[in-house]
Design a binder for this molecule. Structure first.
Ligand code: FUB
Length: 458
């Protein structure tokens, strides 16, 4: 009994430490999966699939209707841009579910989003901006093997000679050479030989359809002169494996495990980029409250490579330790730019775009590494609103949810979530770099307040 109590106390301490330092999963306002990061003009654009909150409530597994976008310039604070594409953007698509792992790539100022519709082929959308709006330029499937499983998880890559490729597939691995227009392809669909030399010997029972560890979720990456193919590997539950090659089309040589089975989701899915000189490895697990195999969450780790080109195996951790650049609080920041939050959801309307709503008393958001400078701030201004009667407020605190109070915004009634008020208050003197906490106070049982943006004044 004594031992059990000690064990529980230790576990609680570990959990508290972990939550206190938590950075992963990087989105807490929605379930996200299948990370597809893209670097463009000094920003990481992270496209994800979106697991609905009530997925599998009917016992039917995945409920995935659309794709989301988040962005960051510092790798610790992520801005929610909401849904950027959906199954409805393909007027030929028959299904109302199956918006699986998407990926975006830029070519000559246009952004191409390759979208699998499970059981319905792979479509492509195009936009002039990474934020969309994305439109279907061909009005039909780009990839159509008529095989329910095969046509998923597209990953585009442009080689040094300008030739673009699209890889995809589960349980087979396929590719085509994309034409320069990125919305059509040249020649036949090619299949990569699924051999143990290329993808590793599969553990467990013999599996005719899946002879190697390759399962799904291919991700192409190049480092120095070596090509990498990361992939979700079996048997289920999935781990992440990788292979390398001297050319983009193989032959691929299996190199081992990147991330073992962890995180309580039966799938995992890799995405890797270089940003400001550092490689980052994205994946998903089921770490959020209510999380599971159909309610997943995207995470990120700093990746490391050895001199011989092999990747250092990773575990799922609390994530990125330090911001790449402190946040300037004297510029307008969206309320949906968040390092960590609890009890908060993001919403969207035509008047304000994305904003957040607090779901219960003491819900909060955290913004990491905010630089107030030497002289510090004297005032704080925000666009905010509430619908419940009674005392509703937002506390601004430093370095922890219960940290020093900078000021309290009393939130006036604004009737609906698209009627806002601008509130400006005096704040206690603050200077230097701090984490900033917005703590939401109110008695309502749902949607305590709406919060659109904030800014400090010197
Ligand atoms: O998210 C649906 C599917 O699960 C993806 O397409 C696979 O990669 C796996 O993550």
């Amino acid at each position: 009994m004594k031992h059990t109590c000690k064990l529980i106390a230790t576990l609680i301490t570990i959990l508290n430490c972990w939550i206190g330092e938590a950075q992963n999963p990087i989105v807490q306002t929605n379930y996200t999966a299948d990370p597809a990061p893209m670097v463009h003009n000094g920003t990481v654009y992270l496209y994800t699939s979106h697991d609905e909150d009530d997925a599998n409530a009917d016992g039917k597994g995945f409920k995935m209707l659309n794709w989301s976008l988040y962005s960051s310039t510092d790798m610790v604070n992520w801005t929610d841009h909401g849904i950027v594409a959906s199954l409805k953007d393909f007027n030929w698509a028959k299904q109302d579910n199956g918006a699986w792992a998407v990926q975006c790539i830029e070519r000559k100022g246009k952004f191409y989003l390759y979208c699998p519709m499970h059981g319905g082929g792979i479509g492509v959308l195009v936009s002039d901006s990474p934020y969309g709006p994305f439109k279907d330029p061909i009005g039909k499937k780009l990839i159509n093997s008529n095989n329910v499983w095969n046509d998923i998880d597209p990953t585009p890559f442009i080689d040094k000679d300008g030739q673009a490729y699209l890889y995809w597939g589960n349980p087979g691995l396929f590719y085509v050479k994309l034409n320069k227009d990125m919305i059509s392809y040249l020649g036949e669909v090619q299949q990569i030989p699924n051999t143990p030399e290329s993808f590793g010997k599969r553990e467990g029972e013999k599996n005719e359809i899946r002879p190697t560890t390759y399962e799904e979720g291919p991700w192409l990456y190049k480092r120095n002169s070596l090509y990498y193919l990361f992939f979700a590997a079996g048997p289920i539950p999935e781990h992440i494996g990788y292979s390398t090659s001297k050319t983009i089309t193989g032959p691929w040589k299996y190199q081992g495990v990147v991330m073992p089975v962890q995180g309580s989701s039966f799938t995992n899915h890799p995405g890797i980029i270089d940003f400001k000189g550092q490689p980052y490895f994205f994946y998903h697990n089921s770490a959020l409250p209510g999380g599971g195999g159909f309610t997943r969450s995207v995470c990120v780790e700093e990746a490391r490579f050895n001199k011989d080109g092999s990747i250092v195996q990773m575990n799922m951790t609390e994530g990125v330790k330090q911001s790449l650049s402190p946040l300037n609080p004297y510029l307008k920041t969206e309320a949906e730019t968040i390092a960590w939050s609890e009890g908060v959801k993001s919403m969207k309307d035509d008047v304000s775009g994305i904003f957040i709503t607090a779901k219960y008393n003491d819900a909060f958001t955290k913004v990491r590494e905010v630089d107030f400078g030497k002289k510090g701030a004297s005032k704080f201004t925000t666009r905010i609103g509430t619908t419940p009667n009674g005392n509703v407020s937002m506390e601004i605190r430093l370095d922890s949810k219960d940290g020093d109070l900078l000021g309290t915004v009393n939130v006036p009634m604004t009737e609906t979530n698209n009627k806002w008020t601008l509130q400006t208050i005096d704040v206690n003197k603050v200077s230097g770099i701090h984490d900033l906490y917005f703590v939401f106070k109110g008695k309502a049982t749902t949607d305590i307040l709406y919060f659109d943006y904030w800014k400090f004044l010197k």
